[in-house]
Every structure is written in C-alpha cells, then in structure tokens.
Design a protein around this ligand. Structure first.
Ligand code: DLL
Length: 433
C-alpha cells in the first residue's frame, strides 16, 4: 500500500521544485535563527540567493556529528523553545548524545514519514503491530508507534526486552506485524523455538526492521523462521529517527522520503558529490523541519543511489541497504572490511546460529588479528569433533575467499554470545583499549 501517493508518486520535476523551495527556505531560516549556521554561511560567503538549482547545494556547508556534540543540548534550535513538544536523543555511547527537538509540526512530519514506512512493509489499518523497539529517548519506539497509529493499525507498545512476555502477547493478541531491531527479531525466534512455539503457524507475517546493520542472508533467516516478509527501514536521531527511507514490497533498495529529506552521496574524503550509482557517504538535508533542522548532515553511513525506477509506483529515489559506516570500517592488516560483509558470508553457511562476535587484537608481532566467534547449532555441537573442525575450516576458507583476509574462527556453544534487545554489539576492538 502507498500511504501518500500524491507525494510518493509525484512527477520528479515537480518534486525537484518543491525541494528547491524547501532548501531556500531552510537556508534563510538557519541564517536568521541559528548563529552557528549564520557564521558558517558568512564564512563561505553564501546565502539562499546562490541556489538556482538543486546542484547548487554543493556550495553550502556541511554539518557533522561533532558540530552537534559541540552544540549540545540546544545550540541548533531554530525556533522559540516553547514550541518544542518532544525530545529524543541518541545513546551517546561514544561522547555527548545528539539531540532532536520536535515541534508539533515536526511530529506531524514524523507520523507521515513513518506511516509511509510501515505502509511500505504492508501495514494497513487491519494490522496488529507489536512494537518492540525501545520506548524512551531512543527514536525507534515512538517512531514506529506514531506511524502505526497514523495508519490506523492497532499498536502493542511492548518496548524491548522481556522476551517471554513478548511471545505470550504475540500469540494471545494475534500480532500480524513486528517492529524491532533485526537482531532482536532473531533472538525472539530462538526463544520461541526453545519454548516449542512455531512462529510460522502464528498470524505474524511481516516486519519492519532497522536501527542496525543487517545482511541479505540475515533477512532470509528471519523470513524463514517466522514465515514472514522482512523489510529494511532506515533513519537516524539527528534527522528525525526512523522514517528517512524504507523498503517496499520489491525489497530492492529503500525509498527515501525525499520531499522531506534531501539526500546526497558524497566522497567522504573530498566531500564532492559522486555520480549516481557510486558508493559513498550519505548526506541528508531536512527540508521541512522546524525544531532542529539540519543542512547537509554527514551521516557517516555508506550507501549509493539506485537508478532504475521501482515497479511499486513510487517515484522517490532509492538508496541501497547500508554497506556500513565510515567509522565502523575495520582495517585489518591494511584491508578494509565491514562487519556486514563478514555477516553475509557467515549466514550462508549451514550449521551456524545467527549470533557472532568479531574480536580484533594485535598478536605478538603487533599484527592485526581477527577472531570470529560463531555459535554452532545444538546438534552440531554434540556431533563428532571432526565435523566441528570441518565447519571451522569451512568458515575460515569462505571468509578468506570472499574478503581476502585470513581470520581465526572460534566455535562456541549455543546461547554463549550475549543477546541484545536493542542494537547488537558485534565488534570488540581490543586495539583501541
Ligand atoms: O537507529 C533510528 C531507527 C530506529 C532506524 C528504528 C530504524 C529503525 P540512531 O540510534 O540515531 O537512530 O542510529 C542511527 O543507526 O546512522 C545507521 O548507522 C544505523 N542504522 C539505522 N537504520 C539502519 C538500517 C536509529 N536499516 C544509525 N541498516 C544510522 C543499517 C542502520 N544501519
């Protein structure tokens, strides 16, 4: 279902006009109301007058995560404080949190973008949505809640955790749609299996998953265990939360809500725009927000635009599912590796459980060493050592073939790697400790 055909299926030329008007308006507002931006624009000697076409956005300054941290908590506010009605924040595990302050209109924008997102995953007013994204300062819980309510679906506001209760509610209330992180979806599936619950027999038949990287093979695993369609949804606190982009039934790239969020792909080194189709850093400008609008925000997420039109009827540009982040790229003995590449290779191998941990350290000769801890299926673990040894060798070889790096694999018992109800922690880099 397309939630808002007027905007989602808009003729691209008309949308461009709308985006350009939004961009000019944004630059004027930021110049007037946010001293940080006034200084940046003055330093570069630019004003909204330089914007003749959307390509002129390249003349405008970027905003970075460091800027947001420096200006914590209210330095980017672009409207009177008393117009703010809600606040969300990132967890801030690597420094000061980043803040999004919403006016009533911003909440409307969020409701709209999340209604489009969940509708992309097939949500209608007949659905019962079990929302296990965390409620609180994290944007996942509120975002999915607003979206489902806007569509008119019934929401079960579960938040994350308490797995036994999640499974009870899923059965007793006839959940049809699940929203949570992909790793939590798999954790729920494992617990269901241990409790003798066959998820494939339950009404739950679709889910919108995001907030952390996941691979195509992880999608297959979720779809298989639940007998459902699993859709990727993307967003970040700074921009609005979830609702920036989402997959439709084609499950082939994420449609960006580009009348609301203007996307660019740039070379992270030079900052220059990249030609369509090339992989680079996603940069987003909010076109309609009031509370904390952002100009050319560098997300650090790596993606590319997909050019062909989508069969679903939406005309919005699609971004490829994330390849990784500029800051989660691991450099192992000089080779660039993203954790998602390791996951993709691993999930294709029969006999492993969908839980893994990447541990990086330095050996005695100060060379990088990557050890991959992989859980093995119960029956496999009770098998002969010869079979375990074979499996270990197979994982090492397949990863070596696909990523061109030598790694060590440690097979561990089922359930020995810590599970998370929110974003999974997949990497321990001891080199940084
Ligand atoms: O994770 C917002 C969200 C909530 C998105 C629920 C989707 C669903 P933050 O906590 O600010 O916001 O984290 C944002 O998470 O820059 C990406 O690196 C990563 N991320 C989000 N969605 C995806 C995804 C929320 N679908 C950061 N695939 C982003 C891969 C994702 N990574």
């Amino acid at each position: 279902m397309i939630f808002n055909p007027e905007y989602e299926c808009m003729e691209p030329g008309a949308r461009k006009k709308l985006q350009l008007a939004g961009l000019k308006n944004l630059v004027e507002t930021l110049y007037e109301r946010v001293p940080f931006y006034r200084k940046k624009l003055d330093d570069m000697g630019v004003k909204s007058e330089v914007l003749h076409s959307l390509n002129d956005i390249e003349k405008l300054p970027f905003t970075t995560k460091d800027d947001l941290r420096d200006l914590y908590p209210h330095g980017l506010l672009a409207c009177p404080k008393d117009r703010i009605v809600e606040v969300h924040m990132s967890s801030g595990t690597t420094g000061k949190p980043v803040v999004d302050e919403y006016t009533q209109k911003d909440i409307e924008i969020w409701r709209e973008s999340m209604a489009r997102t969940l509708a992309g995953g097939g949500c209608t007013r007949d659905d019962i949505v079990q929302n296990c994204y965390g409620y609180g300062l994290f944007t996942g819980g509120a975002g999915a809640h607003y979206g489902a309510m806007t569509i008119g679906a019934e929401v079960l506001p579960m938040s994350s955790g308490n797995t036994a209760r999640q499974l009870m509610v899923m059965q007793d209330f006839g959940t049809t749609m699940l929203t949570c992180t992909p790793s939590y979806a798999l954790y729920l599936a494992e617990e269901a299996q241990d409790s003798g619950i066959d998820l494939r027999k339950l009404p739950v038949c679709k889910g919108c998953f995001g907030a952390e990287p996941w691979s195509e093979n992880m999608r297959k695993e979720i779809e298989d265990r639940y007998g459902m369609k699993a859709y990727d949804i993307y967003g970040l606190t700074e921009i609005i939360g979830p609702g920036v982009s989402f997959e439709c039934e084609a499950q082939n790239g994420l449609h960006i809500n580009e009348d609301l969020f203007y996307p660019e792909i740039i070379d992270p080194e030079s900052g220059k725009s990249l030609p369509r189709g090339e992989k680079g850093e996603l940069v987003i400008t909010t076109l309609t927000k009031e509370g904390t609008p952002l100009l050319r925000y560098r997300t650090r997420d790596i993606s590319c635009f997909m050019d062909e039109t989508c069969g679903c009827g939406r005309t919005t540009v699609r971004m490829h599912r994330l390849f990784g982040r500029t800051d989660d790229m691991l450099i192992i003995r000089g080779v660039n590796v993203f954790p998602s590449q390791i996951e993709q290779a691993l999930f294709a191998i029969e006999g492993t459980e969908p839980a893994y941990l990447i541990v990086i350290s330095r050996d005695e000769s100060h060379l990088d060493e990557l050890e991959l801890h992989v859980e093995v299926k119960k029956d496999f673990f009770s098998d002969e050592t010869k079979n375990l040894e074979k499996l270990r060798y197979r994982i090492e070889t397949e990863i070596k073939n696909s990523l061109q790096i030598g790694i060590k694999v440690k097979l561990v018992e089922p359930k020995s790697i810590e599970r998370s109800a929110g974003k999974a922690k997949r990497v321990i880099d001891k080199r940084k400790m």
